[in-house]
Structures are given as C-alpha cells and as structure tokens.
Design a protein around this ligand. Sequence first.
Ligand code: NAP
Length: 259
Amino acid sequence: MLTSIAGKSVVVTGASRGIGKGIAEVFASRGGKVLVVARNLDQAEACAAGLRQAGGTALACAADVASRPDMDRMVQTAVERHGGLDILCANAGVFPQAKLDAMTEADWDQVFSTNVKGTFLAVQAAIPALKKSGAGRIVLTSSITGPVTGFPGWAHYGASKAAQLGFMRTACIELAKHGITINAVLPGNIKTEGLADLGPDYERSMAVSIPLKRLGTVEDIGHAALFLASKEAGYITGQTIIVDGGQILPESLEALNQA
Ligand code: NAP
C-alpha cells in the first residue's frame, strides 16, 4: 500500500479524457490535490467536477503544453490554489496518423510541438516549484510505439515518444541534485473513450495479440504513475515501465497460439 500521496499537489496535463483522466482519478482517489489540465476548459472542468463529486480535491486549468506562458500559468495555478507542486504527470499527447509518403512538415511539427516541446515546457516550468517540494516527482507518458515498436502511420509519433525518453535521461541527471525524479510510463493499447467508440469487435481484434488478452485500462496507467510518484519509488529515476499486458514480447502470433 503506497501511503505517500495524500495532500500532495499533482498536475496532470491532458487530463480531460483518456489516460490523463485515469491518472487524475487514481491520484485524486488517494488524496492528491489534482490540477486537471487541457486546452478545452469545459472538458477539463467536467473532469475536475467528477473528481470533486467522488470526494477528491481537484481544479481545472485551460492550458496548451506547447505554450510557454500557459505552462508558467499552469504551475502558478497549482502553487497558488494547491499550496505548491509535488508531482507533474506530463501526459498530454497527440497521435494523428499519416504514412510517410503523405506526411507533411505540418504533421511532423504538430506532433513534435505537443509531444516533445510540450514535455520540455511542462517540465521546465515545473522545476522551481518541484525544487521547493523537496521530493519532486515527474512522470512522463511515453508509449511502446517508438521506443520499442513501430506502427504504420506513426513514424512522427513514434519518433516523438522516443524523444521524450532521450530528454528524460539527461533531465534525470540534472534534476537529481534537487531531489527530483523523472520516469516514464510506456502504455500499450489502452481502452480510452476514442477506442471504445470503435466497438467491441475492434477491441477484440486488438486484444488477440496481447498475452493478457485484454486492452489496458486508463487506471492501469494511473497505478504505474502513482507508484513512480510515491515516496517508495524515490530511488528510481530516468527509468521506464512498460504497461502493455505483455504485448511487445511474443515473437509472432504463433508464439501466442502455442502458449
Ligand atoms: P486522448 O484521449 O486523445 O486525450 C488527450 C488529452 O490531452 C486530452 O485531455 C486533450 O485535451 C489533451 N491535449 C491534447 N493536446 C494538448 C495540448 N497541446 N495541451 C494540453 N493538453 C492537450 O489521448 P490518450 O489516448 O489518453 O493519450 C494520452 C497520452 O498517452 C499521450 O501522450 C499518448 O501518446 C499516450 N499513449 C496513449 C496510448 C493509448 O492507447 N491511448 C498508448 C500509448 C501512449 P484538449 O484537446 O482539450 O487539449
């Protein structure tokens, strides 16, 4: 049982839906004071209201991770309204698909602006407040796509998710002297609202190649983030945890058929 989250100020970017919402729910249910961040204020506010209704402490903040002023304002909001900042979950990300022969520079820039520059700006803005925390924690949401696997249409996305890890490995060394850790969760296929809309047949077809025979839940990612943000994980930094039901391990579908 991890007991160190109660009363901590937590910022989760991209928390109005999907994995970020799951992370926010897990932290709020453990007593964290959560700032729900997304560009659309109504959707962020709806998520924060749900967390409050469930007994948690949560506020919404409209901010674009690709904007320096927005990231400064996000951190300032956490400090002013929640008394500081202890944990940053840099989760916001986009994954439009474009095959290489059709990919435009604008496609590439959009993905890198949110996923890579957005990670950098959120982390950099958070550093002064995390230093004051004395035991600051940063948890990035990367992906198996890019760092470990590939998928047609996601060359830019995969490159951005691998770039987050390159960023993390140097940030970890620079931040260690302030007692701040930075780690990453690498989700496999996670059942978010967008995927649920595609129906049970699509979901079943995706689950076939996963040893645990189901897609991940947003809570599965939230629990991994919770562990990395806990006091108990204080000696882990610059590392990755793959949360994918074993998806990356079978050499072929035949390996699963023979199990
Ligand atoms: P999602 O359902 O599309 O939700 C994305 C969230 O990020 C929303 O709250 C969105 O709200 C916010 N967002 C997008 N761009 C933003 C920006 N520039 N600034 C601030 N917030 C922004 O996505 P998801 O599937 O949960 O994915 C979340 C993260 O997990 C991403 O980093 C993704 O790469 C990673 N991931 C997902 C999966 C999966 O299976 N779903 C697998 C591996 C990794 P607004 O649009 O209002 O800003």
